[in-house]
Write a protein that binds this ligand. Structure first.
Ligand SMILES: [Zn+2]
Length: 255
């Protein structure tokens, strides 16, 4: 085939990323525009993810003005508009996942500090430091948990429906990010879940655990809760001052 003919068959589709997806996309210009080669049939999911934006970040896709699902095939010349959550266009979305009954999470192996903080705020945050990508994707699907990760490739797995790409690499900022994204303000319940193992905490009489306490703790505290799974004890002030300040901060509704 002559080169000129081959080039004539190649083409591009133009993708416009809205909201903060313009910052997530690798190849987008200042207006959120990216040009994606379409030299073979490709799904709109594939075209969007070739720009580094996992499908889990996308709430609505329009191709030439029509709402489509991720399997829709794009061809050269198509105009694709990609919207994140919270941009309400009053257009029925074909890609929005079913809502989950409650906000529960599974975190990848690099987010242990975020998992601990979410648990201390009372949120169900599953985390294992030896989970591989297949484990994480399967747990998200089968246990209906939001998969939290900074790994775009993990969120691009077709099996993952409920996921969120953590933007920040700073643990305190990551907590604020999750609180904002999932609207968790007002749902904070400190000292209800174990930071070590995600088990539920329950009140325990001081007399029963008295022998486990350091003298200063025994003198200063009378109310204790204990993890039903691993036995870890907690009391007011048992977690760091930094976290207590953070609890006050998030309870105040700021971010
Ligand atoms: Zn525990």
């Amino acid at each position: 085939m002559e080169r000129r003919t081959l080039i004539g068959m190649l083409g591009h589709t133009t993708i416009r990323f809205y909201g903060d997806l313009a910052e997530v996309a690798w190849d987008a210009d200042r207006d959120g525009l990216a040009r994606v080669p379409v030299d073979r049939p490709r799904s709109v999911k594939d075209a969007i993810e070739s720009c580094g934006v996992p499908h889990t970040e996308v709430d609505l896709v329009l191709v030439n003005g029509t709402s489509v699902d991720f399997g829709h095939a794009v061809t050269a010349g198509d105009r694709v508009a990609v919207y994140p959550l919270f941009v309400n266009l009053d257009v029925p979305s074909m890609v929005r996942p079913d809502p989950l009954d409650e906000e529960r999470f599974v975190l990848d192996v690099h987010l242990g500090r975020l998992a601990g903080r979410l648990r201390l705020l009372g949120f169900d945050a599953s985390y294992r430091n030896d989970a591989d990508d297949a484990d994480l994707a399967a747990e998200s699907v089968h246990d209906r948990r939001w998969l939290l990760t900074r790994d775009r490739g993990l969120l691009m797995r077709a099996s993952v429906v409920h996921g969120y790409l953590i933007r920040s690499d700073d643990p305190p900022l990551q907590v604020a990010e999750v609180m904002r994204r999932f609207e968790l303000y007002g749902k904070v319940e400190p000292l209800t879940r174990c930071a070590n193992c995600n088990g539920l905490l329950a009140p325990v009489p001081k007399a029963r655990i008295d022998h486990l306490l350091q003298p200063g703790t025994r003198r200063d505290h009378d109310v204790f809760v204990q993890c039903g799974s691993c036995g870890q004890l907690y009391w007011e002030g048992s977690h760091s001052g930094e976290l207590q300040a953070f609890v006050r901060h998030v309870r105040s509704g700021r971010d």
